[in-house]
Design a protein around this ligand. Structure first.
Ligand SMILES: Nc1ncnc2c1ncn2[C@@H]1O[C@H](COP(=O)(O)OP(=O)(O)OP(=O)(O)O)[C@@H](O)[C@H]1O
Length: 318
């Protein structure tokens, strides 16, 4: 059973006076209860565009997102249906979900269902703060009175308020210092394991995704090029881009530094190459790569979109 299904999703941005950008070009991905799915890729590959559609913040240009089997329609964050509040997002910048002018407690209570009243409501507030390791006294303070790491923990408490079943975390620790990063990651993973939620964890940091994700999906220029259980992906990467990202990991600082064999920059998504989008940088590219490779299964829950891994053409038997 899956809780979040991203099905053939395309996202096209139409900036005024500039060519349209196909930021997401046909992505399929699912998250099951209790499962952490890591989505990795370099800056600009379309991760945030996909996250916003997956969370129902914006509409896809094509394709569908389903939460608990029902289509997610973007209604505006505050007007979402009772169904959809079960799908919550944690952003890179906690101020995306916390208003700097309102006390933390009020904001957390906004997310608690209206049926929870009186003493039960205050108990829920204290429980939310406790879950994220913050004292009850935090409720009367304002977001700017906290450190970056504490603010992110409060944003997580806000996301937990409606008792979600899926969390979409878009680079949730990228803006934090190293020790807060570890605390926030441990908190998120602990919550998923304890509450049995699903989590789509989006990051440019493959090493981090390796540590926490059950399944890893690798995105390049708007497409998922490989998906596999994380251990398998590391032990036996199939796509040349996945291999390049893994090779780059020991040298990761903030962004992966790709090996010299992968020359060039990520192309502009407004002007994406035809065929395999990775081909212009791929050391193994050959003539077939001028055509787009389909995604083929490479084991249970694993797939790769690369012509090097297509099954041999069937030959007719007489
Ligand atoms: N609102 C927008 N209007 C026009 N282009 C956009 C818009 N949002 C994103 N893009 C473009 O779409 C592409 C994908 O961007 P997106 O932010 O989804 O990628 P990302 O992988 O999350 O990158 P980053 O980690 O740098 O945010 C980029 O080329 C970006 O410039």
């Amino acid at each position: 059973m899956t809780l979040l299904d991203i099905d053939g999703v395309h996202v096209e941005h139409k900036p005024r006076g500039r060519a349209p950008v196909r930021a997401v070009a046909g992505v399929d991905l699912s998250v099951a209860p209790g499962q952490i799915v890591g989505l990795v890729g370099e800056s600009g590959c379309g991760k945030s565009s996909l996250a916003r559609v997956a969370a129902g913040l914006t509409a896809p240009s094509a394709g569908e997102v389903r939460y608990a089997g029902r289509p997610v329609t973007p209604l505006g964050w505050r007007r979402r249906t009772a169904d959809q509040v079960g799908l919550q997002m944690v952003f890179q910048n906690p101020y995306a979900s916390l208003n700097p002018r309102r006390a933390v407690g009020e904001q957390l209570l906004d997310g608690v269902p209206a049926e929870v009243t009186g003493a039960a409501r205050s108990a829920r507030l204290n429980e939310l703060l406790e879950r994220v390791g913050m004292p009850a006294a935090a409720a009367s303070r304002y977001p700017h009175q906290f450190s970056g790491g504490q603010r992110q923990r409060l944003a997580i408490a806000r996301a937990l308020a409606p008792q979600p079943r899926v969390i979409i975390a878009d680079e949730p620790v990228t803006a934090l210092d190293a020790s807060s990063q570890a605390q926030v990651v441990n908190l998120l993973v602990g919550l998923v394991r304890e509450l049995g939620m699903g989590m789509l964890f989006i990051s440019h940091d493959l090493a981090l995704v390796h540590e926490i994700a059950d399944v890893t999906a690798v995105m390049y220029l708007g497409k998922i090029v490989e998906t596999a259980p994380t251990r398998q992906l590391w032990a036996q990467p199939h796509h040349p881009y996945t291999r390049a990202l893994i090779d780059a990991v020991p040298r990761i600082s903030t962004e992966p530094v790709l090996p010299a064999t992968l020359a060039g920059e990520v192309p502009d998504p407004a002007n994406a190459p035809a065929g395999c989008r990775f081909a212009p940088r791929c050391p193994h590219a050959f003539d077939r790569c001028a055509t787009e490779p389909p995604t083929v299964a490479i084991g249970p829950s694993a797939g790769v979109a690369c012509w090097l891994h297509q099954p041999a053409p069937q030959t007719a038997r007489l």
